[in-house]
Write a protein that binds this ligand. Sequence first.
Ligand code: FES
Length: 79
Amino acid sequence: MRVTICIGSACHLKGSREIIQQLQQLVKEHGVSDKVDLNGAFCTGNCVNGVCVTVDGTLYSLSPETTKEFFEKEILGRL
Ligand code: FES
């Protein structure tokens, strides 16, 4: 599963760094690093939607507060 997190400036201001750290931590905790491929991506033009994260091409809008829930539902839930 390929997960990309936007590291463009607008998303950076909304906490993309923190989201990446949280996701890395969660992936490690759950031992799914061989299944989940975390990547950074540049601005995809969806800045208004907050931190843009894609899972196999599907776009989600995240904030540091919703990252854990997102991980459980959209990542763990689909493995
Ligand atoms: S900075 Fe993330 S979509 Fe533009």
